[in-house]
Design a protein around this ligand. Sequence first.
Ligand SMILES: NC(=O)c1ccc[n+]([C@@H]2O[C@H](COP(=O)([O-])OP(=O)(O)OC[C@H]3O[C@@H](n4cnc5c(N)ncnc54)[C@H](OP(=O)(O)O)[C@@H]3O)[C@@H](O)[C@H]2O)c1
Length: 251
Amino acid sequence: MTDGNGRRLAVVTGASSGIGAATARALAGAGFEVALGARREERIEKLAGELGGHARRLDVTDRDSVAEFAEWMEALGGASVLVNNAGGAKGLAPVSEMDEGDWRWMFEANVLSIGLMTRALLPQMRASGSGHIVIMGSAAGVESYPGGGGYNAAKFGAHALTHNLRLELLGEDVRVTEVMPGAVRTEFGLVRFEGDEEKAERPYKGITPLTAEDVAECVRWAVTLPPHVNIDRIDVKPIRQGGVALFRRDG
Ligand SMILES: NC(=O)c1ccc[n+]([C@@H]2O[C@H](COP(=O)([O-])OP(=O)(O)OC[C@H]3O[C@@H](n4cnc5c(N)ncnc54)[C@H](OP(=O)(O)O)[C@@H]3O)[C@@H](O)[C@H]2O)c1
């Protein structure tokens, strides 16, 4: 994918798994040069090798790690697209039994990360002349569910930040898009339930969940539209999901 300035470099955070890995593949397939960030270096190095892209360890909650990543991107020619995908959920405790560690993790991974990554990479995106910030929000960012507390609060926060950015960047050549998926089968549930496969699979029972590739296609579509078109928000769910916790299941 090239524009008037030549090649376009797309950063995908959380590219070691699920939606991030699929997005990296989709963007590479669309002609972007991709730069992958995550904490599990082996995984992203392998994927970057397959895609002819770049990989570097990145902790999106750590200011120094983000700054090093941004310097590395600058040396590669500067990012024009940033997909803020890293994130996830921990636990399903009601608010009255909240776990402080889990909540901190969720706020840092899903909210603080967007601020740190945007602050670090926005100058490069501005300089590219065709910047695009994509935020991986969630259906849980506009609708609460019992036990969703910390995750809901975090994704509602990400949703608010998308709007802040859209307004703050109005008048500049930097687009802002939020993708808000429902149930997607990835490692999300395994992270949420600390490796408990039975609990991780429960949301997908009796439905065909989205695949990571389905969501990656939404990102690819939004970032490959002509530069005057800003897709503000994409809501995408499995056909049997009508709300964040409303499913019509078989069986
Ligand atoms: N699956 C769903 O049903 C669903 C629905 C709506 C929204 N989402 C959102 O989609 C995004 C991707 O999730 P997924 O479903 O693909 O889950 P996943 O398979 O667990 O992937 C999560 C990714 O986030 C990365 N990550 C987590 N903390 C990080 C950190 N501190 N620094 C850098 N990378 C970090 C992980 O990489 P490392 O562990 O290697 O660092 C991993 O690559 C998340 O924001 C999630 O909230 C998921």
